[in-house]
Write a protein that binds this ligand. Structure first.
Ligand code: GRF
Length: 187
């Protein structure tokens, strides 16, 4: 039975969408890894009957706890969905081509450290971009720099606010992230 590990730090609408999409298809297993004990994603996981692991910065970067948990669970894919910390090199080395991220803009623009959530959409609007979208990419040791797997775009309108643009981009995320995950699981 395929196991997908989802790393999330916040609201978790993508995590929920992925879990719901796959749960309705066949027997998939999930585990949510979260660094924020008050994150909404934890409640979403609980409602869906998905186990979650809360970890600290030390667990990820110093004492190897997160790596040990991943080695024990052996996920077929690790999908970051609104996860704000950098994945350490040691984890990347153990899971080559198995860790992916979704970014709410068209990389290589509007990415990098500190570019997450509303900040991304504000930067897109302030740059007067007429197109934005999503990027799904492999994770490497730098923020938002791994090899791009897939991009989809949407228009940016002159009246857009970060909020209206985020809604449009989120729709693309919900449509495409599960599909790309399914494709990668078949590889
Ligand atoms: C998404 O826009 C995703 O692209 C980015 O973080 C956001 C997470 O949203 N990496 P949610 O927590 O899934 O609602």
């Amino acid at each position: 039975m395929p196991l997908i590990a989802i790393f999330a730090s916040g609201t978790g609408t993508n995590a929920e969408n992925i879990i719901k999409t796959f749960s309705s298809q066949q027997n998939f297993q999930f585990i949510v890894f979260c660094n924020n004990p008050t994150a909404e994603v934890l409640q979403r996981a609980e409602k869906l009957g998905v186990p979650s692991i809360i970890f600290t910065r030390r667990d990820l970067y110093e004492n190897g706890t997160v790596l040990q948990q991943l080695l024990a669970y052996k996920p077929d894919l690790i999908a970051l969905a609104g996860f704000l910390w950098l994945i350490p090199a040691e984890i990347i080395q153990h899971f080559p081509d198995k860790i992916i991220n979704i970014h709410p803009a068209l990389l290589p623009k509007f990415g990098g450290k500190g570019m997450y959530g509303e900040r991304v959409h504000r930067a897109v609007i302030e740059a007067n971009a007429t197109v934005s979208g999503i990027t799904i990419h492999y994770v490497n040791e730098n923020y938002d720099e791994g090899q791009i797997i897939f991009q989809a775009s949407c228009p940016v309108y002159s009246w857009d606010t970060p909020h209206t643009l985020a809604e449009r981009v989120h729709k693309l995320e919900y449509e495409h992230y599960p599909k790309i995950i399914a494709q990668l699981l078949k590889k």
